[in-house]
Design a protein around this ligand. Structure first.
Ligand SMILES: *[C@@H]1O[C@H](CO)[C@@H](O)[C@H](O)[C@H]1NC(C)=O
Ligand SMILES: *[C@@H]1O[C@H](CO)[C@@H](O)[C@H](O)[C@H]1NC(C)=O
Ligand SMILES: *[C@@H]1O[C@H](CO)[C@@H](O)[C@H](O)[C@H]1NC(C)=O
Ligand SMILES: *[C@@H]1O[C@H](CO)[C@@H](O)[C@H](O)[C@H]1NC(C)=O
Ligand SMILES: *[C@@H]1O[C@H](CO)[C@@H](O)[C@H](O)[C@H]1NC(C)=O
Ligand SMILES: *[C@@H]1O[C@H](CO)[C@@H](O)[C@H](O)[C@H]1NC(C)=O
Ligand SMILES: *[C@@H]1O[C@H](CO)[C@@H](O)[C@H](O)[C@H]1NC(C)=O
Ligand SMILES: *[C@@H]1O[C@H](CO)[C@@H](O)[C@H](O)[C@H]1NC(C)=O
Length: 499
């Protein structure tokens, strides 16, 4: 009996010891997680602005277009923003790491693929942010297709195989356009990666001689190009493609300005559940944005943009010129901000690829939201046909691979599921953006002009000396009238017009 008790005690002690060992071991291996959780939590709480942005619907001095790749942001940039802002109002080196101090240069438009960490370089209190989101599955497809499309352009030269030659060609491309796709994150990683892969596969084909393509699925043509399933599972895609929208809005891309961001980013990639913190930050940022568009709801997005952003840019031009006028009490000095547009634009005309928009911006002293939408429609039609033509030409190089709607239908469901789960955060963020979008629509259609007028009135004028309230309220009344007129018109029009 005693013997049994002793044995029992021994077992108990042993068990206790064992459990101690197990728990300490567990806490040691959990250490990475715990430290990561702490890091991410700390980042999240410091990233969320606790104060509610009351005037988020008001356009501020600087408009920051956070351009998530493959959302159609380029058409917004060329067909909307370039028509609203003159070249000289654009911050230098958009779509590149900035090497200027925006506080000094007094620019008013910044459009870039750089992530939200860019805000640390901007005068936060007078910056409005806008973005466009897209269904993440389509965004991944589009990213893949565009990587291939741009990379395939390098195949035109039959003997272009070495990296050195490719980079020489890239330099030639760069010289033509001041800002090339090849300089811009994320393409500066995605394109060379795909290009080297295309070259390698071409060489293999050559060595093997004429070979039969076993599949006609363009997303799985191993002989020609990297299949989609390989693409999405590559570490590079994990680094910069998946959940790209969430990371970009959170300021956590691998292109971020903060050293801190990279730590947070690695933790989130390592421990998936920490992604929740990132998602919350991104949602909050969307809440505070002036405008959130959706690629899928293209037509409605454009209408809201013209009314929310476009109308305010136009009214600011009006206000700043009128108050400048009143301040100097000299009628002939009207349009103080606009007059040099043409010559300024001309002086910088060589800077951009698209010089045809230069004069559009110059004419905006005259612009109305209605005209803006008209101009947008014309612009987008021509831009799209140029892009389509370019695409067909590039894809010829990897024929018979061709990315068509029809081809997408042949992608197996398993692969779609895989993309969905790899982009869990983006899927959530997109759902949230859809809610915001609905709110924006209601807000716009509620015809809340009185409130809007109040908002704009309380908006401090950063350009000029003290504004004349009397004059501004007059201007606002006029504007409200214009809004109403415009509304009636747009309603009639959007049903007819095909964007
Ligand atoms: C490409 O290389 C082949 C031989 O390797 C040569 O015969 C041909 O002329 C070259 N073509 C060009 C365009 O350089
Ligand atoms: C960003 O990702 C690319 C592709 O994976 C990689 O080559 C590059 O080094 C990364 N940059 C940073 C700062 O981590
Ligand atoms: C108004 O401006 C014009 C030219 O800028 C100047 O010639 C004129 O004297 C000014 N008039 C007043 C009343 O300041
Ligand atoms: C624009 O480019 C043309 C030729 O490409 C050149 O002659 C002209 O001087 C340039 N203008 C400016 C302002 O750089
Ligand atoms: C508006 O633009 C038209 C041509 O686009 C021009 O003829 C007219 O003078 C402009 N009006 C004002 C007030 O600038
Ligand atoms: C790819 O498809 C498009 C649209 O269906 C077509 O216009 C184009 O010619 C095709 N390209 C090739 C290389 O087959
Ligand atoms: C591939 O070939 C099959 C059978 O030949 C056909 O049913 C299918 O539509 C083709 N897929 C594409 C993307 O052309
Ligand atoms: C606009 O401002 C005035 C005065 O500040 C206030 O009385 C009015 O209620 C405001 N209107 C709205 C819709 O906020």
């Amino acid at each position: 009996m005693r013997c049994f008790m002793v044995q029992l005690k021994l077992w108990l002690i042993l068990g206790l010891l064992l459990s101690v060992v197990v728990t300490t071991k567990a806490s040691v291996s959990d250490d990475g997680y715990e430290r990561c959780e702490l890091t991410v939590k700390k980042w999240a709480s410091s990233s969320i602005d606790s104060e509610v942005k009351e005037n988020k619907n008001t356009l501020h001095d600087l408009l920051f277009f956070l351009h998530v790749p493959r959302t159609g942001g380029r058409t917004y940039f060329h067909c909307f923003l370039k028509k609203l802002y003159a070249n000289f109002e654009e911050c230098p080196r958009s779509y590149d790491k900035l090497r200027f101090n925006p506080r000094k240069t007094k620019c008013h438009l910044l459009s870039t693929h750089d992530d939200y960490s860019m805000m640390s370089k901007l005068p936060k209190e007078i910056t409005s942010v806008m973005t466009i989101l897209r269904n993440p599955i389509d965004r991944v497809f589009s990213t893949y297709e565009f990587s291939v499309e741009v990379a395939a352009r390098f195949l035109v030269h039959p003997n272009l195989t070495s990296v050195a030659r490719a980079s020489r060609m890239a330099q030639r491309v760069r010289r033509k356009a001041s800002v090339s796709t090849l300089d811009i994150w994320p393409w500066k990683y995605l394109v060379p990666w795909m290009r080297e892969d295309l070259f390698a596969r071409r060489d293999t084909r050559k060595l093997r001689g004429q070979s039969q393509l076993v599949t006609n699925n363009s997303y799985d043509m191993e002989d020609m190009l990297m299949p989609l399933h390989d693409y999405i599972n590559d570490p590079i895609a994990r680094d910069i493609v998946h959940n790209g929208a969430t990371f970009q809005i959170a300021g956590l891309t691998n292109n971020s300005y903060f050293v801190e961001s990279h730590k947070v980013r690695h933790c989130v990639l390592k421990y998936q559940n920490l992604g929740e913190y990132v998602l919350e930050v991104a949602k909050k940022r969307l809440d505070d944005m002036l405008y959130v568009g959706l690629t899928e709801n293209h037509k409605e997005s454009a209408t809201i943009f013209a009314n929310v952003v476009g109308a305010q840019v136009i009214s600011q031009h009006t206000i700043s010129s009128s108050s400048g006028d009143v301040a100097s009490n000299n009628v002939s000095e009207q349009r103080t901000r606009v007059p040099d547009t043409k010559s300024d634009a001309r002086a910088q005309g060589n800077k951009t690829e698209d010089s045809s928009t230069v004069n559009d911006a110059a004419a905006r002293g005259n612009l109305t939201t209605e005209k803006l939408i008209e101009a947008y429609e014309t612009c987008i039609a021509s831009l799209r046909s140029t892009q389509a033509e370019r695409r067909v030409n590039s894809l010829k190089e990897i024929s018979p691979a061709n990315f068509t709607k029809e081809a997408r239908l042949h992608v197996p469901e398993v692969l779609i599921q895989e993309i969905t789960s790899l982009n869990r955060l983006d899927v959530e963020l997109y759902k949230y953006a859809q809610q915001i979008f609905t709110k924006q629509q209601t807000h716009m259609t509620q015809n809340d002009y009185a409130e809007r007028a109040n908002n704009t009135l309380s908006y401090p004028d950063y350009y000029t000396s003290p504004p004349s309230w009397r004059f501004m309220s007059l201007a606002m009344t006029g504007l409200a009238l214009l809004f109403i007129l415009f509304f009636v018109n747009v309603r009639r029009r959007t049903s007819k017009v095909k964007l």
